[in-house]
Write a protein that binds this ligand. Structure first.
Ligand code: ACO
Length: 401
């Protein structure tokens, strides 16, 4: 029998909390979630108000600085971000080292990590000014990085940022534009993308944000920390769910196939889950899903697209909302349930969905990373464990085993 008090030394009480379902890892003043009531606030502002009225630059400024900017502050911030959108030309060579069919998230992980080799003037994390420059660089370069990953995957030349466009418009042009041909940003698509970016900007201590904080808690390079966040986001239980949700909806294909999938989701012996359903914190409607659903309706209508996948999604939601299993387990559509329908209508391949999530979430990651480094109580993150292995024993030479 192992005496746990001897093993764990100084502390008297340890909590064993797999998945951190009830452990706060930090204090934060950035994002508030009430999962029972379906409320999400950034610095106190409700997400639906921000998604409806603000720009992504305003929300980025808010998350980073704590207040909405006045006009002069917004112009200065927008100018700063615009000034940092270019990537070092050598990074184009870095992209060419990837297989052409590499997943955009694999490329983004690599490229963002590689940025740490380029910016030695913004890596002294004890200097708040340097931290802010690193944050601005990350927010500014992410659309360029994501668009280049897409262009590389389809074999088209990279497009440089065009800085008279909005953050979202610039990203759309770098993604869908072609060199030497004018690209007109469609305002309906631009508005939808802006909303999608805002809805994904931050979500307190989710898995990828906690990863960024944990990596950053050792004093690691900020670009490397964000690369760690991208790696975590990639998984299908987190950011990868938007890709998985659309694939699932396409596989269902027609409303009459829905009961079969609902039955599979309820079957204990089947590992299948309804992708885009359920959330660790929301035990009521995800408020982001509401805005996303309305945006899906709007985009498809205004672009004159008839996509049976939207009908399947709506029908599935209705059936699940009235099904005892989903009611009892409080499973509702999450932010990823409808986003794929919109992104697909805009023309993104499913492999880009999580890359867009990473682009938008970068703002939250850098805001949380800054908050952590500035916190006087900040310590290296170092969870403990409950040891379940062998007790002490003597080494046995290889021929005697
Ligand atoms: N379909 C069917 N059953 C589900 C689903 C689902 N999507 N989600 C949870 N359940 C069931 C589980 O089987 C479990 O049942 P049990 O109590 O009988 O064992 C119960 O509900 C609780 O599920 P947990 O996995 O313990 O809940 P947790 O909080 O750990 O997981 C998660 C949350 C990962 C989001 C989960 O709901 C899931 O896998 N959803 C599908 C993937 C998804 O959409 N992820 C995106 C999350 S949002 C985001 O990252 C932006």
């Amino acid at each position: 029998v192992i005496d746990i008090r001897k093993l764990y030394g100084q502390a008297d009480v340890f909590t064993y909390d797999p998945g951190f379902t009830s452990t706060a890892s930090c204090q934060s003043a950035i994002t508030y979630i009430d999962g029972e009531a379906g409320i999400l606030l950034h610095r106190g502002y409700p997400i639906d108000q921000l998604a409806e009225n603000s720009t992504f630059m305003e929300v980025s400024y808010l998350l980073l600085n704590g207040e909405l900017p006045n006009r002069a502050e917004l112009e200065k911030f927008t100018h700063t971000i615009t000034r940092h959108t270019m990537l070092h030309e050598q990074l184009a060579t870095f992209y060419r080292g990837f297989r052409r069919d590499a997943h955009p998230m694999a490329i983004m992980c690599g490229v963002v990590g590689a940025l740490s080799a380029f910016y030695h003037d913004s890596t002294d994390i004890t200097d708040p000014e340097q931290r802010m420059i690193a944050s601005h660089r990350l927010i500014a370069k992410m659309p360029t990085i994501a668009a280049m990953a897409y262009k590389y995957s389809i074999g088209q030349p990279f497009l440089y940022p065009q800085n008279n466009l909005s953050y979202t418009g610039n990203f759309l042009r770098m993604t869908f534009g072609v060199p030497a041909e004018p690209y007109e940003v469609n305002p309906i698509i631009e508005r939808a993308m802006r909303r999608i970016f805002i809805l994904h900007a931050d979500h307190e201590q989710n898995a990828s944000t906690s990863t960024v904080r944990l990596a950053g808690s050792s004093g690691a390079n900020p670009f490397a920390c964000i690369a760690a966040g991208i790696a975590c986001l990639w998984g299908p239980a987190h950011g990868g769910a938007n890709e998985a949700a659309l694939n699932m909806l396409r596989e269902i294909g027609r409303p009459e196939h829905i009961p079969e999938y609902i039955a599979r989701a309820k079957d204990k012996d089947d590992p299948f889950r309804l992708m885009g359903f359920g959330h660790r914190v929301y035990k009521n409607f995800d408020p982001r899903a509401k805005v996303m659903k309305a945006t899906a309706d709007e985009v498809l209508k205004e672009l004159n697209i008839v996509d049976p996948v939207l009908d399947v999604a709506k029908e599935l939601e209705q059936i699940a909302l009235h099904d005892d299993y989903f009611i009892e387990k409080k499973l509702y559509p999450n932010v990823d349930f409808y986003s794929g329908v919109i992104l697909s209508a805009i023309g993104f391949p499913t492999s880009m969905f999580t890359a867009l999530f990473a682009l938008a979430r970068t703002v939250g990651w850098v805001a949380q990373w800054n908050e952590m480094i500035a916190d006087p109580d900040q310590k290296i993150g170092r969870p403990r464990q409950l040891y379940t292995g062998a007790t002490q024993r003597d080494y046995v030479p290889v021929d005697q085993r």
